[in-house]
Design a binder for this molecule. Structure first.
Ligand SMILES: *[C@@H]1O[C@H](CO)[C@@H](O)[C@H](O)[C@H]1NC(C)=O
Ligand SMILES: *[C@@H]1O[C@H](CO)[C@@H](O)[C@H](O)[C@H]1NC(C)=O
Ligand SMILES: *[C@@H]1O[C@H](CO)[C@@H](O)[C@H](O)[C@H]1NC(C)=O
Ligand SMILES: *[C@@H]1O[C@H](CO)[C@@H](O)[C@H](O)[C@H]1NC(C)=O
Ligand SMILES: *[C@@H]1O[C@H](CO)[C@@H](O)[C@H](O)[C@H]1NC(C)=O
Ligand SMILES: *[C@@H]1O[C@H](CO)[C@@H](O)[C@H](O)[C@H]1NC(C)=O
Ligand SMILES: *[C@@H]1O[C@H](CO)[C@@H](O)[C@H](O)[C@H]1NC(C)=O
Ligand SMILES: *[C@@H]1O[C@H](CO)[C@@H](O)[C@H](O)[C@H]1NC(C)=O
Ligand SMILES: [Zn+2]
Length: 486
């Protein structure tokens, strides 16, 4: 099967850049960023609302006082075996003793929403990667995913703050839609060497990927919306490798590149270091080649970065909390967003932290979960199954049971975080201000039916919901590999 990776895409792109910009004096080798019209005045653009693109740490911190953040992100559907791969990768600790956390850019097809909730309840980030994983998503594609993550995964709207474009194929129009829908950040662009910027706000436009023309004045100007560039690993031929770097060379080469680039950040300006993966590549499926060596290699790289007093494995949301109010490394351990308290609810509720088991063939089980079974999809939720399979036009159909039915689950209200919410009793088990949560986020902007904003996304580019996958893990793996590579 042909696997088109970002590796080859980037190689092609950098070739194009070298050729196209030769007259502009760009140096060959794929690291050039092209002419940029970006300009930003740090005297007027100030934290916490505004931040200029800069290679230097925010808040005037010296690099040696700055935490070295490592962001590990996962893309596409959340399934039992994939979640286990993610957990294996995050099996390291931060300097304050808390476990590493990661961000998942979730697309809806083949996703088991009970596992989305578990990922969230464990302190990780859930973010939007569209419903059907299309290359040029409509507003409806983005809204639909947000609604499903909330309705079936229980994630409060206000906690779904990030977006990554499928295939990283974002445009000015995608970014505008993301801003309109109230997201706090996008993370779809690439940072190489010249444009290895810390996260910044789009008040003054884009400063990464300028070779596409995206930085030109008037293209993108979205005050208060953050761009978190994805930090490339330069390989031994100075070609930027972005996602799934482990597919670009032997594990010993990949380890060398990763360590060299990590050191470039760590001994330089401490820009965040990224490890961006599709967990499908590192997950074993029956009947498929054994990829344990690949996973173990990546896990070893991650473990080799851990254990330093200033290296922190964080979600992109945690990184942004720090960006808005940067504190020296010595103060990071005590920041509220770096704590790891598990809620003590006093009773086992369906909040994602209960005993969910995933058997070796990927079956998810828990006595508290509802099993939503449609012809072609089978997933679980703490909330109500819909009365029909979700679709792009109707991502959240009415509940399968009436609200008067004894088995009806009460949706998470906007004055309780779902980690404290008992959807069976309809009760918030948080009783004091330390755990109180009020969700002020607008659920979505306008109709979930995509009538509020124009999108040009095409359903035909996506894997149809009717793709057969009832054959279990093998079909599922093939479907996932075939359609969900970015
Ligand atoms: C990326 O977006 C452009 C529109 O800007 C579209 O023409 C193209 O087909 C998209 N690419 C993919 C792979 O979907
Ligand atoms: C990069 O490393 C690979 C494998 O070790 C080697 O084959 C290749 O020649 C190297 N390329 C450069 C430009 O050093
Ligand atoms: C999971 O189940 C075990 C045994 O059935 C029980 O002891 C434990 O408390 C449960 N865990 C949670 C989080 O409820
Ligand atoms: C799903 O099952 C129903 C009833 O069994 C059937 O009428 C319908 O055609 C099926 N849909 C698909 C997409 O297979
Ligand atoms: C969404 O729009 C389609 C037509 O574009 C319509 O068939 C469908 O019923 C609408 N769904 C909702 C929930 O309004
Ligand atoms: C707040 O309430 C939660 C659950 O009701 C409890 O676990 C926690 O200890 C309480 N915290 C304080 C400071 O009272
Ligand atoms: C909702 O979207 C429309 C465009 O479709 C935009 O004009 C409006 O400002 C948005 N509202 C909010 C609250 O973002
Ligand atoms: C939305 O798209 C339709 C055609 O698909 C077009 O006629 C209309 O002008 C567009 N509206 C906006 C606000 O872009
Ligand atoms: Zn993807």
């Amino acid at each position: 099967m042909k696997i088109f990776t970002i590796t080859s895409a980037i190689t092609v792109l950098s070739t194009l850049i070298s050729v196209g910009l030769a007259q502009e004096g760009a140096t060959p080798g794929g690291t050039q960023t092209g002419p940029s019209t970006y300009s930003c005045d740090p005297n007027t653009c100030k934290l916490p609302k505004c931040q200029c693109a800069s290679q230097s740490p925010p808040g005037g911190l010296k690099p040696s006082d700055t935490p070295q953040f490592v962001v590990i992100t996962f893309d596409d559907s959340v399934q039992g075996a994939l979640l286990q791969t993610a957990k294996d990768m995050l099996n390291v600790k931060n300097p304050n003793g808390c476990p590493a956390k990661g961000s998942w850019y979730v697309s809806m097809e083949y996703t088991d929403f009970s596992l989305v909730q578990q990922w969230y309840a464990d302190g990780n980030e859930v973010a939007d990667h569209t419903f059907t994983h299309v290359g040029n998503p409509s507003a409806q594609e983005i809204t639909a995913a947000k609604e499903m993550l909330h309705t079936y995964g229980g994630v409060p709207y206000g906690k779904i703050t990030g977006f990554r474009a499928p295939f990283l194929n974002y445009t000015a129009s995608t970014l505008s839609t993301v801003a309109q829908q109230g997201f706090m950040y996008d993370t779809s662009s690439t940072a190489t060497l010249d444009d290895c910027f810390w996260p910044y706000t789009l008040d003054n436009g884009m400063a990464n990927d300028c070779w596409t023309g995206i930085c030109a004045a008037g293209q993108v100007k979205l005050p208060g919306v953050w761009e978190l560039p994805m930090y490339a690993v330069m390989d031994n031929a100075s070609t930027p490798q972005l996602m799934d770097v482990y597919l670009a060379g032997s594990m010993s080469d990949v380890t060398t590149w990763s360590q060299t680039n990590f050191q470039r950040h760590y001994t330089g300006n401490r820009q965040p270091f990224g490890i961006y993966v599709h967990p499908t590549h590192m997950t074993n499926y029956p009947g498929m080649p054994d990829v344990s060596a690949l996973k173990n290699g990546v896990v070893s790289i991650i473990q080799s970065l851990a254990g330093k007093p200033d290296v922190w494995f964080v979600t992109n949301q945690q990184l942004l909390q720090w960006m808005q109010n940067p504190v020296p490394n010595s103060q990071l351990a005590s920041q509220p967003y770096m704590q790891c308290n598990v809620p003590n609810t006093g009773k086992e509720i369906c909040n994602g932290l209960q005993n969910i088991t995933v058997s070796s063939d990927g079956l998810v089980q828990s006595p508290l979960l509802q099993n939503c079974n449609f012809n072609t999809t089978n997933w679980h939720t703490c909330y109500n199954c819909p009365n029909a399979a979700p679709s792009l036009d109707t991502p959240v159909p009415p509940a399968a049971v009436q609200s008067t039915d004894p088995s009806y689950r009460k949706p998470v209200p906007d004055n309780c975080d779902s980690i404290w919410w008992d959807p069976v009793a309809g009760q918030c088990l948080c009783t004091n201000s330390s755990c109180a949560y009020t969700d002020t986020a607008a659920p979505t902007n306008g109709s979930s039916n995509g009538t509020s904003a124009n999108g040009s996304g095409s359903k035909s580019a996506a894997a149809p919901l009717t793709k057969p996958m009832l054959g279990g893990a093998v079909t599922l793996a093939v479907a996932a590999l075939a359609t969900l590579l970015f």
